[in-house]
Design a protein around this ligand. Structure first.
Ligand code: ZN
Length: 533
C-alpha cells in the first residue's frame, strides 16, 4: 500500500521546522476508521508499528463508546463531530421511513436531500439536510470565518456527517473515483483521481501477511461452497470493485486528503482548519470477510502503514496539527468462525425471527390488506390507525416466543424513557435506545436480539458479518488523541464519542455551544493542567 500512497501524495514540498507547541493546533485532523471496534484495537495494538502506533502513544481512551444503539454508520458518524447523541442529531439510522414523504417508497437516506424531484433513497442527491445540529466545523467558522472545513471519506454519509454544513470541500468515493457536490471542486481532485485510475488499471499481487497473523489464515466454511479467512487481496487490472473492498481504498482516501491539505494550504491560514476523514475499508473488509481472518489483519496492518505515511507528510510540512482517531461503531465476527475457532455459542438470526417472517404472519393472522411492516419495524401506512395497537400487540407476542429475541420496545415506551446520563457502560438497553430515538424518524417497534446473534440469516450472500446491535461489541470503540509533544496517557475510565467535538474545540480555543450538545470536554493533559474551559 505504501507505494500507492507515495505515488498519490503530493504533500511534503515545504518541509519546515515543526516547533513543539504542545497544543493550539492550526489543523485538526479527525479520523474515523469505520468498524474499528475497541476489541480490534486492543488485539492489534502491540503489533502496530506505524501511524496507529503513534496514536497509541498519545492520549488513549481504549474503553470508549458510541453510547447509543442501534449502532450503524450514519448515526455513529453523526456523534463524532457534533458532540451529540443521535437522538439530538436526528440521524437515528442509515435510513428511515417517513410516511409524509412524497416519494413512493417513503424511505429517506440519512445523507440526502429527499425534496429533490424524482429522487429516491437509492438514487439521491448527497446533502447535509437531515442532520439537525451544528458540528465542530460550524463552530469554528462561526468563531472565525477564515477557518476552512474539508471532509473526505469512502462513504458519502460519513463525509456528510463529519463535515460541517456546506463545507469548503466534501469528497467521497463514487465507485471508481472520488466525487463531490456543493462547493467548486478543488482542481487537485482530478489529479488524484487520475492517479487512482492508473493504480486501478494495474493488477495487484496478493499481500503478504505478517507472521503473527498466521493463526488467522484459515478457511472458514460459510456455506454454498464459499469460505472466508484466507483472501489476500490479489486484484485483476481494472477491477474497481476489488480496489474498493481492499486496503487500497483507505490509501486512496488518505492521498486525496493529503492533496487537499497541500492545495488548500490547510493549517496555514489565519484561523484553524478542520480536515475530517472517514476510512471505509475496515468496514467493507469486515462485512465481506469478518473481523478475525487474515483479511482484517492485512487491512489493519496496511492502514497502520498508510497512516504512518500520511502523518510523516504532515510532519514534514511543518503544520501544527492535532489528530483524533475513533470509529462509528464496532463489530462482531461471523458466527461460523466464532464457533469453529473459539467455541462460542453464537448463531445467525433464525428467519422466523426476522421482520419479513413476522410481518407476513401478522398480516395473515389479522387479515390485513397489505404488509404489517415496512423496513425495520415501521408499521405500514396501509394499516388503519384503529388497528395499529392490535398489530403491535400480536407482533410483540410472536417475537416473545422467539428464543433469539431479548426484548422488544414500542416507540411509546422509548419516548417515555428519560435521556440517559452517567457512564455509558452502566446504561440499560432502554437507555441506549433512548439516546438514538427520534419520535418522527424512529420505527414503531425496536427488536433487540440476544447478544451474539448476527442479524444476517443463512445462507449468506455478500455480507457475512455485521454490527448494529445495542451490545458492547458494537458500541465500544477506541478514541485516540495525538499532537506533537503530547504526553502519553492510557485512560482506564470510559469516554464517549460525543466528547470528541468539545475536546477538539478546547484545543483550538473555540467555544462549544455546551447547552446544545450532550458531550463534555475530556481533559487530555497530565497533572493539574487542563485543556477544558
Ligand atoms: Zn460504519
Amino acid at each position: 500500500m505504501k507505494s500507492i500512497v507515495a505515488a498519490l501524495l503530493v504533500l511534503g514540498a515545504c518541509a519546515g521546522a515543526a516547533d513543539a507547541q504542545p497544543i493550539r493546533p492550526k489543523l485538526v485532523v479527525a479520523l474515523s476508521v469505520d468498524h474499528l471496534s475497541a476489541e480490534l484495537f486492543d488485539e492489534y495494538r502491540s503489533h502496530f508499528t506505524g501511524g496507529l502506533k503513534r496514536l497509541s502513544n498519545g492520549v488513549v481512551f481504549a474503553n470508549a463508546f458510541q453510547a447509543h444503539g442501534p449502532t450503524e454508520t450514519c448515526p455513529g458518524h453523526s456523534t463524532i463531530l457534533t458532540g451529540s447523541h443521535p437522538a439530538r442529531t436526528g440521524i437515528i439510522a442509515n435510513q428511515w421511513v417517513d410516511w409524509n414523504a412524497a416519494r413512493p417508497d417513503k424511505t429517506i437516506y440519512c445523507a440526502e436531500d429527499h425534496r429533490i424531484a424524482d429522487s429516491s433513497s437509492t438514487r439521491y442527491t448527497v446533502s447535509d439536510l437531515q442532520i439537525r445540529v451544528s458540528t465542530l466545523g460550524d463552530w469554528m467558522r462561526q468563531a472565525n470565518p477564515a477557518s476552512r472545513v474539508v471532509a473526505v471519506a469512502g462513504k458519502d454519509r460519513s463525509a456528510v456527517m463529519m463535515g460541517a454544513h456546506n463545507p469548503d470541500q466534501r469528497w467521497w468515493w463514487g465507485g471508481d473515483r472520488f466525487v463531490q457536490n456543493g462547493a467548486a471542486p478543488a482542481p487537485v481532485g482530478a489529479q488524484v483521481n487520475a492517479a487512482i485510475s492508473r493504480a486501478i488499471g494495474e493488477a495487484r499481487p496478493p499481500l503478504v501477511p505478517p507472521a503473527f497473523c498466521a493463526p488467522k489464515d484459515r478457511a472458514i466454511d460459510i456455506g454454498g461452497g464459499k469460505s472466508v479467512g484466507t483472501f489476500r487481496f490479489a486484484r485483476n487490472a481494472g477491477d474497481a470493485s476489488a480496489f474498493t473492498m481492499s486496503p487500497e481504498m483507505d490509501a486512496a482516501t488518505l492521498a486525496m486528503a493529503a492533496a487537499l491539505i497541500e492545495q488548500m494550504q490547510l493549517g496555514r491560514g489565519a484561523a484553524p482548519d478542520l480536515l475530517a476523514i472517514s476510512l471505509s475499508a475496515t468496514d467493507l473488509v469486515g462485512h465481506r470477510y469478518g473481523t478475525d481472518g487474515v483479511e482484517m489483519c492485512l487491512q489493519l496492518m496496511s492502514l497502520d502503514s498508510d497512516l504512518a505515511g500520511f502523518f510523516t507528510l504532515l510532519d514534514r510540512s511543518g503544520i501544527e496539527y492535532a489528530v483524533v482517531v475513533t470509529a462509528d461503531h464496532g463489530g462482531l465476527d461471523l458466527p461460523e468462525r466464532r464457533r469453529a475457532v473459539n467455541g462460542v455459542a453464537t448463531a445467525r438470526v433464525d428467519r422466523a425471527a426476522t421482520v419479513e417472517a413476522i410481518s407476513t404472519e401478522v398480516t395473515r393472522k389479522l387479515g390485513l390488506a397489505g404488509p404489517a411492516f415496512v423496513g425495520q419495524w415501521y408499521i405500514s401506512g396501509t394499516v388503519p390507525v384503529a388497528r395499529r395497537t392490535e398489530v403491535l400487540a400480536l407482533t410483540r407476542h410472536l417475537l416473545a416466543a422467539q428464543p433469539q429475541v431479548e426484548a422488544t420496545f414500542s416507540a411509546a415506551e422509548i419516548t417515555a424513557h428519560p435521556m440517559p446520563q452517567g457512564h455509558p457502560e452502566s446504561w440499560s438497553v432502554l437507555d441506549r435506545l433512548r439516546a438514538s430515538f427520534d419520535p418522527q424518524r424512529s420505527p414503531s417497534l425496536v427488536v433487540v436480539y440476544k447478544p451474539g446473534i448476527t442479524p444476517i440469516p443463512a445462507p449468506v450472500e455478500d455480507h457475512v458479518s455485521t454490527h448494529g446491535s445495542v451490545w458492547d461489541y458494537d458500541r465500544k470503540v477506541p478514541i485516540l488523541f495525538w499532537w506533537k509533544g503530547v504526553t502519553g496517557q492510557d485512560h482506564e475510565e470510559s469516554a464517549m464519542t460525543i466528547d470528541i467535538a468539545p475536546t477538539l474545540a478546547s484545543l483550538i480555543g473555540v467555544t462549544t455551544p455546551q447547552s446544545a450538545i450532550d458531550g463534555h470536554c475530556l481533559d487530555l493533559l497530565p497533572g493539574p493542567e487542563n485543556n477544558c474551559p
